[in-house]
Design a protein around this ligand. Structure first.
Ligand code: NOJ
Ligand code: CA
Length: 561
């Protein structure tokens, strides 16, 4: 690192030993994890049935993408009832069973909360449609009269993040074209009006509902978007219109100052409960320095470090972001988080080796130039993960990365389901390629995902050798690498450690010490010969003659006599 100072990530005494400061949190995308009833869509009993494999992996917690009642227009990020389970995924009882079974195995459970918008099938939105302009029912969402002589133009020029206009015009109860409502995402996802006290009160109730059931925390969807500039001014984003945010000058619908008061309120609610419940924000903001504002002591506990996720496999870029993250987050007494993959981005076994523009928000398809050979992509991904898991703070894993799954870029158009694909008439591929159901067993129907062989997105045949059952038998598999790293990380308590720069390995190589472990990541440098007097604890790919080539990360320990 360029760390002139050693940043003490584990922060002040006041910070205590809250579990989330150093946890490895595994993201489950419920519809693609494991299907118990054979309909081709993963579900809660499916998760419960596979918990032993997560316990064996050695994670501390899991975060579940939404499983609440939803018409599934955006794979559950369109919630119609926040306090019930969609029949597709099971019942509240299934949830309680899963939670109990996870806790019995020492795994904490975080659920996804979607406060920026509901589904258009939510009772409140249906009531709003049936009510008059200016009514209490409409005031829970953002309804406005249109511009133009007869209100035929949307109230402003905002575009949906999924493509197309961010406003849809309704037909009033008397049958005439009427007001418009705002939806930053799909037209089936109307935005709440967070200036409305009823909305605030309803979300307090929802938080308590899940806290009372025993969840350990919430991942907060679009945490930077709840409050809008009240003037709703026209706004043209930078050319990357697909962006979830993170622009230098924030859009009038992102990063508005008022959001922080909402999270202070929620922090107070979580504090009333025992067991260190935590909030993790999905806030796409432009710099880690700004991200740190989300995790001041009385706000959220964590926020996703998307700058780290967006960084290329480049020594200088990684050095800079790691350095700045530790400085910015420790400056407010919070841990940094680290993340390489999730359900919205191209899997890092593919992404880190793509040449050219980062396809964030657009996704990749069959004709995308520069798709790496699997062996090359996964080698780099393993090196990247071995680097990430050595960093102090909390790391997020996305289901399937422990199998080295790559992006399924060659999904046929007719299989794709992401609203982005439809709203842009196929111009943007969207995110289906990272959401393909997991391969559990190489020779079972649907690779063991579903006993009927059904799978809501087709699984590529080339995944057979990547199935968990195969990798469990191979000492050098990606699965066994993850298990080994998680165990060593826990034993050495790397998550709570302090990072110290080790500059002597030359350019293209990132090296540091954390809690007595020397980490050498050869990103793009010449071959590195390992120093004498050190034993190798782990290598992202097996090495020969104590030589670390590029795209390999090793963990070492000094031999003491
Ligand atoms: C972020 C979620 O991660 C993404 O999957 C979803 O489409 C949008 N928010 C809208 O809820
Ligand atoms: Ca199912």
């Amino acid at each position: 690192m360029t760390l002139e100072h050693d940043v003490d990530h584990a922060t002040p005494a006041a910070a205590g030993h809250e579990w989330w400061r150093s946890a490895v949190i595994y993201q489950i995308y419920p519809r693609s994890f494991a299907d118990s009833n054979g309909d081709g869509i993963g579900d809660l009993p499916g998760i419960t049935s596979r918990l032993d494999s997560l316990a064996e992996l050695g994670i501390d917690a899991m975060w579940l993408s939404p499983f609440m009642t939803s018409p599934q227009k955006d794979a559950g990020y369109d919630v119609a009832d926040y306090c019930d389970v969609d029949p597709l995924f099971g019942t509240l009882e299934d949830f309680d069973d899963m939670l109990r079974a996870a806790h019995e195995r020492g795994i904490r459970v975080i659920v996804d909360l979607v406060p920026n918008h509901s589904s258009d099938q939510h009772l409140w939105f249906q009531q709003a449609l049936a009510s008059a302009p200016g009514s209490r029912e409409r005031a829970r969402y953002i309804f406005r009269d249109g511009r133009g002589e007869n209100g035929e133009l949307p109230p402003n020029n905002w575009q949906s993040i999924f493509g197309g206009p961010a406003w849809t015009r309704v037909t009033e109860p008397d049958g005439v074209p009427g007001q418009w409502y705002l939806h930053l995402f799909d037209s089936s996802q109307p935005d709440f009006d967070w200036d409305n006290e009823e909305v605030k009160e309803e979300f307090r109730r929802i938080l308590r509902f899940w806290l009372d059931r025993g969840v350990d925390g919430f991942r907060v969807d679009v945490a930077h978007g709840l409050v809008k500039d009240p003037q709703l001014p026209d706004y043209t984003p930078s050319p990357d219109a697909a962006s979830m945010g993170g622009e230098e000058t924030p859009a009038p619908y992102f990063e508005q100052a008022g959001v922080h008061e909402i999270y202070r309120d929620w922090h107070r609610i979580l504090s009333e409960y025992d067991g260190d419940r935590a909030l993790c924000g999905e806030a796409w903001v432009s710099s880690v320095e700004k991200m740190a504002l989300w995790v001041r002591p009385d706000e959220m506990h964590q926020t996703f470090n998307f700058d780290y996720l967006m960084a290329s496999w480049d020594e200088a870029e990684l050095r800079d972001i790691i350095d700045r993250s530790l400085a910015a987050f420790s400056g407010v007494g919070a841990p940094s988080t680290w993340v390489l993959s999730n359900h919205d981005v191209v899997r890092h076994a593919t992404r880190l080796s793509l040449t050219g523009e980062n396809p964030q928000g657009t996704g990749i398809g069959p004709d995308f130039p520069g798709i790496p050979k699997y062996e090359d992509g996964v080698r780099r991904a393993r090196a990247a993960t071995t680097l990430m898991l050595a960093l102090p703070g909390s790391s997020y894993l996305y289901q399937g990365e422990e199998l080295g799954l790559d992006e399924v870029h060659d999904l046929p158009g007719e299989a794709r389901q992401d609203p982005t694909w439809f709203r842009t008439q196929g111009e943007r591929y969207g995110r289906d390629g990272c959401r393909v159901p997991l391969p559990w067993e190489d020779s079972a129907p649907a690779f063991g995902f579903s006993h009927t062989g059904e799978s809501w997105l087709p699984q590529p045949k080339r995944w057979a050798p990547l199935a968990r059952s195969v990798q469990a038998q191979q000492p050098a598999s990606t699965l066994n690498l993850y298990r080994q790293l998680l165990q060593l990380r826990r034993e050495a308590d790397l998550g709570s450690g302090t990072l110290e720069c080790v500059p002597e390995f030359g350019s293209g190589v990132l090296a540091f010490k954390n809690s007595g472990v020397l980490v050498v990541a050869n990103i793009s440098g010449a071959d590195v010969t390992l120093p004498d007097g050190h034993e190798v604890l782990a290598t992202s790919t097996p090495i020969e003659n104590r030589t670390v080539p590029r795209d390999v990360t090793v963990w070492l320990k000094e031999i003491t006599h």
